[in-house]
Design a binder for this molecule. Structure first.
Ligand code: FAD
Length: 487
């Protein structure tokens, strides 16, 4: 398989004309139609500055009716569309590949209602995750999703990517918490499944198709999300693990002794900790671990309803971990500020890699059995070690066997070589150990050509059939997820 096949612009798609711009102004008003080149830059470039499109227009609808009219128009005119949420995606899915029209959901940012009994919140899709979490938090609930980009990513983008994040270990995949959805299909029809009840066994669950489809089957406009109650007491700690072989037994021990209060368990190898320490002034390694690939930090969070019970469990766990020589050191946060500092280290790792990789960063978000975490990082390091200006590190959500293998490249002349050394090796390795080439970020444009490493021919064929039925003209986020439609 080719990880990133050379992509040709689909000649079926028309270019935006002056008449099109005028039509969009009539639907949305002048202010919501962006055509100025400077203003368009932020919409055309992704978070890593790795993927860059050349769209000449971005639209900012405020209602489902707007989105419906836009999609109907684009389908009729054969204008390709890329739905864009917070633009924090890491696989190039949210920016145009060529000149696709950018449909930004950022002005669809109204939270509608929280049912304080069921915990189901209804909201427009463009609401920023952190804003939604704060809103439900005021009533004692939390969104069952948390990730480092929470201040920018949108709930619609989260659902479109079926985002994972650090609460996955406690609440499972986001798709399990989406109880209702409204979406605009590529031809402009509004698919209304905006129920707020959790149980609904009336045939095919079509909203599940939209979840994780990365905007290739339609535009999500409204959502109903089931939120769990917020835990009244949360404890955070970080431990120092001196050998990769101790990670699996540590995870088993955490599951065994922390049980129902375990709410996050995150791994950071020594290279990623070092990268954060060196490149970011606001974070530091709380346990000063050595710069040795065998060493790592593991962040553990416990959330429950009884502070004493929480602490007892955490301390018993720590004692057992020391006794079994699984950890060499540990620190429990004594205040919310300290807890935030520990989390900040973990959440700032993507930024640290971005800073370290002046020329480029390569990010591989994969699922592999934990026993392979370190081996994979080590082999990756070995493959690029003679390229002086390339640094490799790894971190991830160990409770979900999700490794983020990251590569920071300082020298522009080495970026193609580094990529060739790592791709398709990464995909072959992951496939060989029964993992997934995309644990939580999706396929976007980065991994569309590599889908075969994780999905069989028949599965891909069925995906194409679904795409062709729902998006007859192929206008909805083309070149992403599936390289071509069957047409
Ligand atoms: P965008 O990036 O704008 O879009 C992502 C995809 O969804 C695109 O294909 C786009 O076309 C589509 N899309 C967006 N909105 C809609 C919509 N309303 N309807 C239909 N399609 C839509 N991801 C994780 O899963 N777990 C993590 O822990 C995590 N940590 C991160 C940390 C950092 C610092 C950063 C920068 C990113 C991280 N990510 C993580 C990746 C990213 O934040 C998630 O994929 C997130 O869900 C994307 O949301 P967004 O609103 O930014 O979507």
């Amino acid at each position: 398989f080719l990880a990133q096949p050379a992509i040709q612009r689909d000649s079926r798609f028309k270019q935006i004309s002056a008449a099109d711009v005028q039509a969009f102004r009539q639907i949305l008003g002048d202010a919501a139609v962006i055509t100025n080149a400077d203003d368009l830059t932020a919409f055309n470039v992704d978070w890593m500055n790795r993927y860059r499109g050349a769209s000449t227009i971005a639209l900012k609808p405020t209602s489902t009716d707007h989105v419906s009219q836009i999609m109907q128009y684009c389908n009729h005119r054969l204008l390709a569309v890329v739905p864009q949420g917070g633009n924090t995606g890491l696989v190039g899915g949210s920016v145009p590949v060529f000149d696709e029209l950018i449909l930004s959901l950022s002005a669809m940012n109204q939270i509608e209602h929280l049912d304080e009994t069921s915990g189901v919140v209804t909201t427009q899709a463009g609401v920023v995750l952190e804003a939604l979490d704060n809103y439900v938090g005021a009533a004692g609930y939390r969104v069952p999703l948390d990730l480092g980009a929470k201040g920018s990513c949108q709930i619609g983008g989260n659902v479109a990517t079926n985002a994972g994040g650090s609460r996955f270990v406690r609440y499972g995949p986001l798709r399990a918490s989406v109880v209702g959805m409204e979406a605009v299909l590529p031809d402009g029809r509004v698919f209304d499944a905006m129920t707020t009840v959790r149980k609904d066994n009336t045939g095919y669950d079509l909203k599940q198709l939209m979840i994780g489809a990365e905007g290739t089957l339609g535009v999500i406009t409204r959502l109903a999300i089931a939120c769990p109650m917020k835990s009244s007491c949360v404890d955070t700690m970080v431990v120092h693990v001196t050998s990769s072989e101790r990670i699996s037994p540590l995870l088993r021990l955490a599951r065994q002794s922390l049980g129902e209060v375990l709410s996050a368990i995150e791994y950071m190898d020594s290279s990623s900790v070092r990268m954060a320490d060196t490149n970011l002034s606001h974070v530091s390694d709380p346990l000063s671990i050595p710069d040795d690939p065998q060493h790592s930090l593991v962040l553990i969070e416990c959330a429950g309803s009884n502070a004493e019970h929480n602490r007892e469990k955490l301390e018993a766990f720590l004692e057992a971990a020391f006794e079994q020589e699984l950890v060499a050191d540990g620190v429990i946060a004594e205040s919310e500020t300290q807890s935030n500092e520990l989390w900040e280290l973990r959440e700032s790792l993507p930024e640290a890699v971005l800073k370290a990789g002046a020329a480029a960063t390569l990010k591989y978000d994969v699922s592999v059995p934990i026993a392979h975490f370190n081996e994979m990082i080590d082999v990756a390091k070995e493959r690029v070690k003679d390229l002086g200006a390339v640094q490799v590190c790894g971190w991830g959500h160990i409770g979900d066997e999700n490794l983020h293998l990251n590569v920071a490249i300082q020298d522009d002349t080495q970026k193609d070589t580094a990529q060739l050394r790592l791709e398709p090796w990464v995909y072959e390795y992951v496939s060989g150990v029964g993992g997934s080439i995309s644990a939580e970020h999706g396929l976007g444009v980065m991994k569309a050509g590599a889908i075969g490493y994780s999905k069989g021919d028949i599965a891909v064929d069925v995906m194409r059939t679904i795409k062709d039925v729902l998006d007859v003209n192929g206008i909805c986020n083309p070149y992403k997820v599936l390289t071509t439609s069957s047409q």
